[in-house]
Design a protein around this ligand. Sequence first.
Ligand code: XMP
Length: 322
Amino acid sequence: MPQLKEITASQLDTKEFVKEKVAEISETVGSGVAINALSGGVDSSAVTMLGAKALGNRLKTYFIDNGIMREGEPQKVAAIFKQLGVNVEIFDAQEEFFAALKGITDPEEKREAITQTFYKKVFGSLVKKSGAKYLLQGTILTDIDETVAGIKRQHNVFEQLGIDPQEAFGYKIIEPLVQLRKDGVRKVAEALGLPLSMYNRMPVPGPALSARVIGEATKERIALVRKATSILEEELAAVKAFQYMAILHSDRVTGIRDNKREFGQQIEIRCWDSIDARQARPTQLPFNTLEKLSNRLVREVPGVVSVTYNIATKPPSTMEAI
Ligand code: XMP
């Protein structure tokens, strides 16, 4: 596999890039159909726009509702794309994903379960139904670096690991963003006419909230972390950080509520300053912001008795907890 040539954000000529990628997609797909999964993150949003420009309604865009997304995410994202003239079909696959995650506690096994459910089970059948030969997806260079280095198996990396998607899943994958990092993708997304709320959007990993539950990602535990995430996003909305997240730990700790012992849940908050996710430092949040956040989390998320703030840098931490 040849080394991918990086295009840095400062080198990037967005107009040229868009023109080139639209032409490449048109040429590769020919008169056929391609499909893609939109998660609403900046990478898949940029790819959706590139694909729609190249293929019009020969691109079928699905939002896979895997049950591990943030509150109201499928509907919000589909509505934004509708305004941009792109039709997005929401596909309910919640039961498939929770069945695949059942009983799994190991981080890499969890990622693998999501990968297989997404690409083989859900997409395998959608591809068959649509007659598509190609899947368009928003893999970026950082995903590949970390997967190849064996740090984290990103859900969307195959060829660099010696996996042929045609053989494994029955379709080819087109990745127009593989030479870019997050800062470059944001510039391309802006050039493609996406609104600020989309091109500036905080990253959410492919395995979504299941990457933020340590241990088994059950429906109940996902619901807890989803609630914590909503509170976090409300309280930190004005903070300029690369990414923030709430993590539900698997260890419980002794707490006290209404004068009674409560062996409760622990939430860890992470908030990162970073340029391209390769290195990151914790944001120096004001203590009263953290206190307010903690007060709401213990009050509003059932069973939470402990809230911590991560102050380690990446490396040796990674940004997500699993
Ligand atoms: P880590 O945790 O590896 O995260 O330091 C670096 C950046 O990548 C995001 N991330 C992912 N993105 N698929 C993705 O598309 C994944 O499997 C995945 N895992 C982590 C993470 O949110 C952060 O922005």
